[in-house]
Design a protein around this ligand. Structure first.
Ligand SMILES: O=C(O)CCC(=O)C(=O)O
Ligand SMILES: [Fe+2]
Length: 277
């Protein structure tokens, strides 16, 4: 990948070096994408992979609980249940990720962490995993939904939603990755100019909702699972991809959370799920 943002140069233990934070935010605004190294522990990632595999194999009728996103039925979208390992706040509340999110979702220059809880500007809008099974093909190039207004102004606006992608296996030329078109959230897409970030276990990426991308084919014999957590301004819902109350064969719920699970989330992070239940 030509334009990696490698966080070995950013991380200092569990936090980002202050002088690098500004560069990271600028790069995210310009490219609509950030690749961060070594954010999640290998144990956590392995455990997630194990639990997701269990979920898939325990599902007797894949179509009932999941959302195959391709005609070949080999790319499955699972809404992750907020229980067990999936409730671990290191996944959705990573402090490195929040140093970035607090700036990306700042209002009038006031970072999210500096405002009172009721005014905080970030929620988790969806919590899913996409599992690309062996032999699944390249997706079509897409952005996950249209812009806010469906007009040219969309390309001038700041980020209103983004995805945190956490691959649960090392990604490579054989099992594929999410292919991306840098800058395509704000500029016309040049279809020849793509990047294939081969992330390692523990790495993750942030991707602007508007960015053009596609899941690549998986030509390996192993499943390729990526956890996807969508963070957004509280007034936005991903109606292009989910329904909260009604789920059908093709449209799933964005999250599986109930009151009990909500109360098990650390108090200081519950604001992220204010509108989930
Ligand atoms: O699996 C991936 O790498 C990306 C999947 C994706 O973009 C989608 O299903 O919308
Ligand atoms: Fe997508």
């Amino acid at each position: 990948m030509k334009n990696p943002f490698v966080s070995e140069t950013l991380n200092e233990g569990n936090s980002l070096k202050a002088e690098k934070l500004k560069d990271a935010i600028q790069l995210f605004r310009k490219e609509g994408f950030l690749w961060l190294n070594n954010v999640f522990s290998e144990n956590l990632v392995d455990e997630l992979n194990k639990e997701i595999k269990k979920l898939i194999s325990n599902t007797t009728n894949l179509e009932k609980d999941s959302w195959p996103t391709q005609k070949d039925n080999l790319r499955v979208q699972l809404t992750l249940p907020m229980e067990g390992i999936f409730l671990d706040s290191d996944i959705f509340g990573s402090s490195i990720i929040f140093q970035l999110l607090n700036q990306i979702f700042a209002i009038n220059g006031i970072p999210n962490n500096e405002v009172k809880e009721a005014y905080k500007k970030i929620v988790v809008d969806s919590y899913t995993g996409i599992i690309s099974l062996p032999n699944c093909e390249d997706q079509h190039i897409h952005s996950d939904g249209s812009g806010l207004f469906g007009s040219p102004i969309d390309k001038l606006l700041p980020t209103h939603a983004l995805i945190l992608g956490i691959p649960l296996v090392d990604l490579n030329e054989i099992n594929g990755t999410t292919e991306i078109w840098l800058g395509s959230h704000m500029k016309e897409i040049n279809s020849e100019n793509s990047h294939k970030p081969y992330l390692k276990k523990g790495d993750c990426y942030l991707m602007d909702y508007r960015l053009f991308h596609r899941g690549m084919a998986n030509n390996s014999k192993q499943k390729r699972a990526i956890v996807f957590i969508r963070y957004a301004f509280p007034w936005w819902r991903d109606v292009a991809n989910f329904r909260r109350k009604v789920s059908t064969k093709n449209i799933s719920r964005p999250m599986k959370i109930n009151n009990k699970a909500y109360l098990r989330i650390p108090k200081e992070l519950r604001y992220l799920f204010r509108y989930a239940i």
